[in-house]
Design a protein around this ligand. Structure first.
Ligand code: GDP
Ligand code: MG
Length: 434
């Protein structure tokens, strides 16, 4: 997914003007990418319709970076679907706050119950776990073991799930526990028996929260599951599990959009600590291919006017990149973003240079120094002797040593470029570097 979107958005990003064809092509690729990430078709359609609107707006506006607007539109739209605000658990004014976990078998309900209990404990609450899965052999024992590891007591008294759940809540009240988490049975598929059971448990204890546990690896099927559970239980929110796997989590988008319920927590591993609030912005980035798009958006800010960038590249290739060119590139960069990003965008620039961090204040200083040079000095820095250095320093409010440092840096850049075979010596080369 990330590769695909990177391609589609990357091409757009570099465009200074978008045509309808650019937009159509990019939308087609974004569509495939989202489908591959298990986002349901109708959700994809909604997202694309909005992105297209933004893209058309970007075409119409004389914006400098319409590509950037499209990239942002995709990200913003995912965020909108996922819900902007992280979920917050509200505790009942009369404890205990009762939480029911439901979902298919193997999705991670029992694990999530223990993880949630541990998280509550760490927040200073006094949780109690109730094992109301009487279907799966060993389910009670499993929760007992996990509960022990979390340091939370587990109760399971009764011969049927409704009794166990009722008793568990009563026990929490009696013991003065303020949160009670009820684990229930699952089935391999949605069936009437499962639904009836969990519905009866829910009606018996009237929980404050009915969390549906959804396995991120399951994909599109989770939309149907979520709808079915929502019809019977009116779920409050979703706990998304196994986000430590390969799943991009497109299912999260689908569930959120189709069922309209927030995602409360994310389960991100097998350890009890691997549990966290669900952050919509992180998920949006993950679906888009973590890092890739965030950095695309960040780097989009350093999108250069294509012609200026190309001129820089050509001059580099020809070994003719001088301080005039550097100044031109820097001005462009300053208008749009950090030098690092621009360097990274120039083809053929070795990675030693790409990784060089140059801070803003330093850029200002460098720009001032180059601006204080004559055009001739810029294209032939070897002519800059001590007295010229002093003049340039005065003109730019810097020290002669700083001017000397810049010139040395520039020579080093040339050296690295030459070693990398960029701007190798050729007949067109006008001067020998000092
Ligand atoms: P339940 O049938 O819904 O109660 O599911 P379980 O809690 O028994 O979990 C089923 C399997 O998934 C177990 O092997 C768990 O260790 C594993 N599991 C649960 N949550 C996660 C998770 O977030 N990440 C990973 N990698 N495994 C998980
Ligand atoms: Mg279980």
């Amino acid at each position: 997914l990330s590769g695909r979107l990177d391609g589609a958005l990357g091409r757009l990003r570099r465009k200074s003007r978008l045509t309808q064809r650019d937009v159509d092509e990019a939308l087609a690729e974004i569509r495939v990418a989202l489908l591959e990430a298990d986002v349901a078709v109708r959700v994809v359609d909604t997202i694309l319709a909005r992105v297209e609107e933004a893209a058309v707006g970007a075409m119409a506006s004389a914006s400098l970076t319409p590509g950037q607007q499209v990239v942002k539109a995709v990200h913003d739209e995912l965020l909108r679907v996922l819900g902007g605000e992280p979920f917050r658990l509200r505790y009942a004014s009369t404890p205990p706050t009762v939480i029911l976990l439901a979902g298919l078998q193997g999705v991670g309900k029992t694990t999530a119950a223990a993880k949630l209990a541990l998280a509550q404990l760490r927040e200073g609450r006094s949780p109690l776990l109730v094992a109301a899965d009487l279907q799966r052999p060993g389910a009670i024992e499993q929760l007992r073991i996990l509960g022990e590891r979390a340091g939370v007591a587990v109760v399971s008294d009764g011969d049927d799930p409704v009794t166990v759940a009722r008793h568990g809540v009563a026990e929490a009240r009696r013991l003065g526990r303020d949160v009670v988490i009820v684990d229930t049975a699952g089935r391999l598929a949605i069936d009437e028996a499962l639904m009836r059971e969990v519905q009866m448990v829910s009606e018996a204890i009237d929980p404050h929260y009915r969390f549906l546990v959804v396995d991120a690896m399951v994909g599109q099927e989770s939309v149907r599951v979520a709808q079915a559970f929502d019809e019977r239980l009116s779920i409050s929110a979703v706990i998304l599990t196994k986000l430590d796997g390969d799943a991009r989590g497109g299912a999260a988008l689908s569930v959120r959009e189709v069922v309209g319920k927030p995602i409360a927590f994310a389960s991100v591993g097998e350890k009890l600590e691997d549990f966290e609030p669900f952050y919509p912005d992180r998920m949006a980035s993950r679906i888009l291919g973590m890092g890739d798009v965030l950095s695309l958006i960040e780097r989009a800010e350093s999108t250069m006017d294509h012609e200026v960038a190309q001129r820089g590249v050509d001059r580099l290739r020809q070994g003719r990149f001088d301080l005039n060119d550097l100044l031109e590139q820097m001005r462009q960069v300053r208008r749009l973003g950090p030098l690092k990003g621009v360097l990274a965008m120039l083809p053929g620039v070795p990675k030693e240079l790409r990784n060089q961090d140059i801070d803003d204040a330093e850029l200002t200083r460098i720009e001032a120094m180059i601006s204080s040079m004559t055009r001739e000095e810029r294209s032939n820095p070897t002519m800059i002797d001590a007295s010229r250095r002093a003049r340039i320093a005065r003109g730019s409010g810097t020290q002669p040593a700083q001017v000397a440092a810049l010139l040395k840096q520039f020579r080093d850049v040339h050296k690295v470029l030459r070693q990398a075979g960029v701007g190798a010596p050729s007949a067109t080369k006008r001067r020998k570097p000092p």
